[in-house]
Design a protein around this ligand. Sequence first.
Ligand code: PGA
Length: 258
Amino acid sequence: MRQPLIAGNWKMYLDIGKAIKLTESLLAVVEYLEDREVVICPPFTMLYPIGRMVRDKHLKLGGQNLYPAAEGAFTGEISPDMLLDCWCRYVILGHSERRQYFHETDEFINQKVKSALAAGQERRQVNLTPILCVGEREAERSAGNQESVVAAQLSGNLAGLTAEEAGRVVIAYEPVWAIGTGRTATPQDAQAMHGFVRQWLAREYGAGVAENTRILYGGSVKPENVDSLLLQPDIDGALVGGASLKAESFIRIIKYEV
Ligand code: PGA
């Protein structure tokens, strides 16, 4: 059984005051949503105060990025253990904005995935679960190449992982043309890609890993479309950008009904 997961990606928005208010509103609701997981991913500067608010709660915290080293002279970067220190249990990796604006390659994202999976295991017995984002651009879909593009990202980003390690990764399918544009994939198109990703996982790591892996949809998820998306058999949750920044819309999304 895959527990549905809804994650809010706050990107580079909000300030600490607004973030705390939004977290308070979410805490009041999430405690009662025991059948699903809800994760918020604020900017780095807000992780510590928000981590203190959520550390014993059902609401979970995630980072938006990490640098794949335990420590070192990497000015401006944040290590997996630093995320764990702030009570993060998830980290978004390979987001299309990082691929596009910060030129992250599949190989670099692969190092980040490995580094997240290795973090915390020995010292603290907690997991830092990667939410690995994949998805095609508009021109790639128009050319009918969405499956080969996503397959190449998956094989590059998960390269060298054992089946046990791959089984600890959450995948987010985010068609780039749907992110922040208001153009959501239809539930049928999204389902087709999610089914493809699950088949790919089955081929690489076996039926058990494929059955247990949560595959989130991302790209203009809103209160109006969340129910029909999550109704699809292979859509196990959502990665939400814009609509996660306001309590009203995000609360409606996390209370989705199928
Ligand atoms: P959006 O962003 O919901 O604003 O389209 C999704 C994302 O970037 O993860």
